[in-house]
Ligand binder design. Structure first.
Ligand SMILES: *[C@@H]1O[C@H](CO)[C@@H](O)[C@H](O)[C@H]1NC(C)=O
Ligand SMILES: *[C@@H]1O[C@H](CO)[C@@H](O)[C@H](O)[C@H]1NC(C)=O
Ligand SMILES: *[C@@H]1O[C@H](CO)[C@@H](O)[C@H](O)[C@H]1NC(C)=O
Ligand SMILES: *[C@@H]1O[C@H](CO)[C@@H](O)[C@H](O)[C@H]1NC(C)=O
Ligand SMILES: *[C@@H]1O[C@H](CO)[C@@H](O)[C@H](O)[C@H]1NC(C)=O
Ligand SMILES: *[C@@H]1O[C@H](CO)[C@@H](O)[C@H](O)[C@H]1NC(C)=O
Ligand SMILES: *[C@@H]1O[C@H](CO)[C@@H](O)[C@H](O)[C@H]1NC(C)=O
Length: 510
């Protein structure tokens, strides 16, 4: 047994059981003696420069290990937290600050198709991974194809500085598609923006894309490719595909993927204040380097007196020729109405072509974290565009056939203090010594472990060893014993610095 503990490398095509379905993993994953249900991917890493502090956070999907779970690891790929794989699958796991405290928010719900038509709930949990709020949407104005418990779409999970939620819903509405050569009695998939009070679920703002963005602006060929234009999920034309919205100063900045638009909308009137279009500039004159297509995750920031817009520029839909995907930082001048690239964040030694998903996160030290959507790769760049870090958690896939992925990924100085107890497992070697495995899912601050042993359950006074925490699951060998218990030291909570596991009997053989 290696001192790392059981970090078994299960190779391509190994069969793993997860959630009672048998899946074929297409990427190696970790397994643990103390947490047999957790199977996080093993990260392929390449760090070549000074990265920002923090841990990696994403909700992984696809055919690896436990298939779909919230994951937090260190920058070195060491697991810190894996969401309970028996709970509903989550998406868009994102760290935020709410009421001055660090929280995690994520979406769960029902997916109707692979292009993101879904209905669900956004859940917020605290730094002990305990439930805080469910954000739900019920809006009788939405027409839809069925009855769902909550109507929030997975494409946005965003908590504002003022403690509200901003997100999306997709609607299906009858629409005259003749201006684009479709049927007069067609169906449109509309995008609806909401701001919602987290504690009451009251809708504070609502904005429908179809009232502001004409169908003739769509770059999606769906109106001619979909059959029938009936009222099912698959046949309403996804003409606009809103995929990000956040609050910025007196407005909302909205990404419309299928019209290549960044739209800034007034909070008080809902009117479009300006529109930046990725090919022709819209209201702006656009420098060639600032062009974008099929983008994700558009945000605004004001930095050193400049208005900056950043985004994940997919440059791909689902049709070849596939283009290189990059992160883009664009300077906007809303007097001269110009948009010009400040930096393009492009992978230095591999070409990544993401047909869907992706994110752009500015980090505290001015570095930038880009997640390449349907390609399972997170990269960190210096502000001057130099790539310094890469974290891959799945194989390189054809842009049309993503095997492992996430929607977005983040870096955060997350500290977790679980209310659960640490886990321990122990077995006897043939020479009588005892192997002890210990872990504590979600505890980011544990530095070392005390191991207590004894001959009976009620007599565990003997401290057999104190060992440094070396990975998610720490391993140690102690002298002969019949019962063991472990104690996590450090950072178990802000107030209580140690926590004990249950007492377990040593199993007779390893
Ligand atoms: C690691 O990153 C450096 C710098 O970006 C690059 O030159 C090198 O080829 C990468 N190594 C691997 C194994 O990918
Ligand atoms: C929150 O919403 C999820 C998803 O609908 C549901 O499973 C869970 O029971 C809800 N929790 C509470 C406390 O309402
Ligand atoms: C959708 O079509 C079905 C069958 O054509 C019909 O029964 C149903 O009422 C329609 N739903 C809406 C929202 O129009
Ligand atoms: C890739 O870029 C070329 C040239 O800019 C463009 O014509 C093509 O449509 C792009 N491909 C996709 C899938 O967007
Ligand atoms: C992808 O975009 C290109 C233009 O960039 C278009 O010709 C093609 O039909 C699109 N395909 C899909 C599946 O959206
Ligand atoms: C006892 O056996 C284990 C497992 O083979 C080994 O790691 C350990 O070093 C041995 N200890 C002694 C004291 O022989
Ligand atoms: C501290 O942790 C120990 C061991 O888990 C527990 O018995 C004790 O009640 C805790 N004390 C406080 C103040 O939370």
């Amino acid at each position: 047994m290696k001192s790392l503990g059981v970090l078994a490398l299960v190779l391509t095509a190994a069969i793993a059981k997860a959630q009672s379905t048998t899946i074929v993993s297409i990427w190696p994953y970790q397994t643990f003696v103390t947490e047999p249900n957790l199977r996080p991917p093993i990260a392929a890493l390449n760090k070549t420069g000074d990265t920002a502090p923090g841990h990696i956070i994403f909700a992984q999907s696809g055919r690896v290990g436990a298939e779909q779970a919230g994951i937090i690891t260190t920058e070195n790929g060491q697991l810190l937290w894996n969401s309970d794989p028996t709970l509903p699958k989550m998406s868009t796991l994102t760290p935020f600050v709410l009421d001055g405290k660090k929280v995690l928010a994520y979406w769960t719900g029902i997916s109707l198709d692979s292009r993101g038509d879904d209905y669900g709930t956004v859940t917020i949990i605290d730094d002990s991974y305990q439930f805080l709020y469910n954000i739900t949407l019920a809006d009788p104005d939405l027409q839809l194809y069925g009855v769902y418990p909550s109507l929030l779409n997975s494409h946005e999970v965003y908590i504002t500085d003022h403690g509200t939620f901003v997100g999306l819903s997709y609607d299906a509405i009858p629409w005259d598609l003749s201006p684009v050569g479709g049927p007069t009695e067609g169906w449109l998939r509309d995008g609806v923006v909401y701001e919602i009070d987290i504690k009451t679920n009251n809708v504070l703002f609502k904005w429908r894309a179809s009232e502001h963005i004409q169908i003739t602006r769509s770059r999606d060929p769906g109106h001619s490719q979909r059959s029938g234009f009936g009222n099912s999920s698959d046949s309403a034309w996804d003409y606009v595909h809103l995929n990000s919205v956040s609050s910025f100063e007196d407005g909302y900045i909205i990404s419309a993927r299928h019209t290549f638009d960044a739209i800034y909308v007034s909070k008080s009137t809902g009117n479009v204040i300006w529109r930046l279009q990725g090919e022709d500039g819209g209201d702006f004159s656009l420098s060639p380097g600032a062009a974008f297509r099929w983008q994700h995750d558009i945000r605004l920031e004001r930095s050193r007196g400049e208005l900056l817009l950043h985004l994940h520029d997919n440059e791909n839909n689902y049709t070849a020729p596939y283009n290189a995907t990059t992160g883009k930082l664009i300077k906007l001048d809303t007097e001269a109405m110009t948009a010009e690239e400040v930096q393009i964040f492009a992978p230095s030694y591999e070409r990544l072509q993401a047909s869907s998903g992706g994110s752009y996160q500015p980090l505290r030290n001015d570095n930038v974290l880009i997640y390449f959507g349907s390609q399972p790769v997170i990269k960190e760049f210096r502000r001057d565009g130099v790539e310094i870090y890469s974290y891959r958690f799945g194989p390189s896939d054809a842009p049309t056939n993503p095997g492992v992925g996430a929607y977005r990924a983040f870096k955060s100085e997350w500290k977790g203090y679980p209310i659960t107890s640490p886990k321990v497992s122990a077995c006897r070697n043939s020479n009588g010594t005892v192997n002890v495995f210990m872990s504590w899912n979600g505890a980011t601050e544990t530095k070392s472990w005390n191991i207590y042993s004894g001959s009976s359950q009620s007599n565990l006074k003997h401290k057999a060893a104190t060992v440094k925490k070396v990975d998610f699951e720490t391993f140690a060998t102690i002298p002969e014993a019949s019962f063991v218990q472990v104690e996590a030291i450090g950072g178990c909570s802000i107030h209580n610095e140690t926590r004990l596991s249950d007492v377990v009997a040593v199993s007779e053989s390893c």
